[in-house]
Design a protein around this ligand. Structure first.
Ligand code: SF4
Ligand code: SF4
Length: 344
């Protein structure tokens, strides 16, 4: 079984304890308390963090010293049987993502376009931007990143399934896998590396691909001159070095994203997983604060990175007068492939 690589010495000498001090769901009196809780978790002792962590993934970004605090919290929870959600919810996620040999594989050669297990990603990975890879799509539980199970502290499911997913890609003989779901890229890079799993192909983050294609299609771009709020996904916390791509794309296509309270490191997740873990009160509060903040910034559109966030929030932002749109559709709008009216 794969083991989490966690450097205890790095934590022991940590002078920031930012992993917990920056947490948006728990408060600590200062470094001493936060660091002390982390040390307890590391040593397998009880810690209030094991009960109170809302699984937002953000501490994976807040730790800049190369450790994996969220994976450690999830490991220790599972070891202690401290599951985050009621058993039927946890089991439902495990059962509905089980591999059944029903995956779809397109005309795959050197590259595959991963649509994870999310039907909405197929239509997004189309048109001029994806013209070279659109027919190389793969879809299904066989190619799904199992990171969702971290929310439910079922790291054993990830350790069991991720090597199979990686092997399924290997069997395709691909050199590159373009991940349309940022959680897939985060899983194939951050989680695989944290557990010492070898990935025998190059995972490519879709926004790297999109930015490159949009530069190639520069002559077709008509600046959109719109104001948006960007909804950062929880999984983007696993790959914080990729967050800057969003601003680069916005600049290229003439999109303004005014400063918000809940952006970048301080972003709020879509909160639907919080609903399963903590109940309606916290999820509703997070969503309300987030949408209020989007409106206060003067946004017309709410731009999503993750289709799961879009499913969770689209109706809610629409009701408040914002147009929900995936960032790929925003790019399609900039090159005239998608009508502005059709964006809502
Ligand atoms: S996980 Fe990172 S930020 Fe947290 S105590 Fe350890 S080294 Fe410091
Ligand atoms: S995953 Fe989120 S809620 Fe949990 S400890 Fe890390 S920052 Fe806090």
């Amino acid at each position: 079984m794969y083991q989490l690589k966690f450097d205890q010495k790095v934590c022991a000498s940590c002078r920031s304890a930012d992993c917990l001090l920056k947490c948006q769901y728990m408060t600590f009196s200062g470094h001493k308390e936060a660091h002390g809780e982390m040390m307890k978790i590391m040593k397998g002792k009880d810690s209030r963090v094991l009960s109170e962590c809302m699984t937002c993934y953000a501490c994976e970004e807040y730790c800049t010293r190369g450790n994996h605090p969220f994976y450690l919290i999830s490991e220790k929870r599972e070891e202690k049987g401290m599951f985050t959600a009621p058993r039927p919810i946890t089991n439902q996620w495990i059962n509905m993502t089980v591999m059944q040999g029903k995956c779809l594989v397109g005309n795959v050669k050197d590259k595959a376009l991963s649509c994870c297990y999310i039907p909405d990603l197929g239509p997004l990975g189309s048109g001029e931007i994806f013209k070279d890879v659109a027919d190389a799509g793969v879809f299904g539980a066989e190619f799904m990143c199992p990171a969702v199970h971290t929310h439910f502290a079922r790291m054993s499911v990830i350790k069991e399934r991720l090597p199979i997913v990686i092997d399924n890609y290997r069997k395709l003989g691909v050199k590159e896998v373009i991940c349309l779901h940022d959680e897939c890229y985060g899983t194939l890079t951050s989680i695989a590396s944290a557990y010492g799993m070898e990935v025998p192909f190059q995972p490519v983050y879709y926004l790297d691909y999109v930015l490159q294609r949009m530069k190639e299609l520069k002559d077709k771009i008509k600046p959109l001159n719109i104001t948006v709020a960007y909804q950062r996904s929880c999984s983007n916390r696993l790959i914080p070095d990729k967050h800057a791509l969003v601003k680069k794309i916005f600049t290229l296509i003439g999109v303004k994203a005014p400063k918000r309270t809940y952006q970048d490191e301080n972003a709020l997740c879509c909160a639907e997983i919080l609903r399963s873990i903590s109940g309606y009160k916290l999820a509703d509060d997070v969503q309300k604060r987030n949408i209020d903040d989007m409106l206060a910034a003067g946004a017309e559109y709410c731009v999503f990175n993750c289709p799961a966030c879009q499913t969770s929030l689209a109706e809610k932002v629409s009701k408040r007068g914002l147009k929900p749109l995936h960032i790929i559709d925003l790019c399609k709008m900039a090159i005239g492939e998608k009508e502005r009216e059709a964006a809502s």
